[in-house]
Design a protein around this ligand. Sequence first.
Ligand code: DP6
Length: 327
Amino acid sequence: MTYCASAFAVAHANIALAKYWGKADVGLNLPAVPSLSMTLDGMRTETRVKFDSRLSADSLELNGRPQQGKTLERVSTLLQRVRAQAGLDAYAQVTSHNNFPTASGLASSASGFAALALAARKAAGLPDNPEQASSLARHSSASAGRSLYGGYVALDLGQHAARRVCSAQHFPLALSVAVTQEGEKALGSTQGMEHTRLTSPYYTAWVEQAPALTRAIEQAIIAADLTTLGPLVEQSALLMHACMWGAAPAIVYFSPVTLAVLQRVRELRAAGVQAFCTMDAGPHVKVLSAPEQADEVQRALAEVPGVLRCLRCTLGPDAQVHSEPVS
Ligand code: DP6
C-alpha cells in the first residue's frame, strides 16, 4: 500500500543558562550534567517532512541546499526511529529553513532537531505527545530536547525528555546576541564534548559542580531574580569553557572579539546595568538583561570593534506542528 503524508513544524532555538557539556551515555545521548535553557522567539527553524513510499531514499534540503554525508545521516537516524515506532517503511523528503546562521554556535541543531522530531512524528501518524517528541529530539541532539517547550526548560540528569520550568510570562528577560564571526564553527559540540570528557582533567570537577549550579539557576528563575541569576549563568558558561581549555589539545571557541564583548559587559555592570554573558560552542556572546535595558545593552555591544551585528530575542513559545494536505 502506498503511504504519503506530510507535516510541517516550527521550533525555536534555545540558549542554555545552565550548560550541558559531556555525555553519560554516548549511544543513548544522555547528558552527564543537567541543563536549563530559555527558548528564544527570534531564532526559528521551519521543517516539512513528507513520507512517501515511492521515494528511494531519505533526502534533506537545508536553507535551499541539498545535504549529504553526516548531516543527512543524523536526520535519517531520527527518521529511522520514527519509522520503527510507527511501523512504516517509507522514506522521507525533509525541507528545513533557519532564519539565523546554521552551525555557528547559535543553537541551530536544537531548533532543527526539535522541528524535525515534531514534523516526522506527525507525518508518520504518531500521536501528539510533547514528551515523546522531546525524547526523540534529545536522542539526536540533547539541547534539541529542550526546544519542544517555550519559556524556561530543564533537562534533568538521567531523563530522556525535557520539562517546562516556568512560562515566559513568569520572568520576562531579553537576550542580545553579539554575532562576532560569519561562517560555520570549526568543531561541532558532539565531538568537542567527547574530546573534553576524554582529555580534560577539569571534566570531573565540571560534572561534580554542574548539578548544584543548575539547581541554583532554577531557583533564581522561579524567584524571578536577575541579580542572583546573572552571575550563576556566567559561572556555568565560564566553567564549561574552562573545562574545554583544559582538554588536550585545548578547545578554544573564544575569539579576541568574544573577550572584548565580555569586557564591555563588565563595564556596563560597573555602570549599573544588570547584564550577564553566556557563550556556547562558538565565538558569539549572548547577553542576558531585563527587557527594558536591552536597548542600552545592544547599543553597547554594537560599538565593540569586531561585532558584526546584534540579534535581539525574548522568550519564545512551544514548538508547534501542523498537519498538511498531501500534495
Ligand atoms: C554548548 O546539544 O549540540 O550549546 O547532544 O551532541 O548534539 P549533542 O550536543 P548539543 O550541545 C549543546 C552544547 C551547548 C550547551 C547547551 O546548549 O546546553
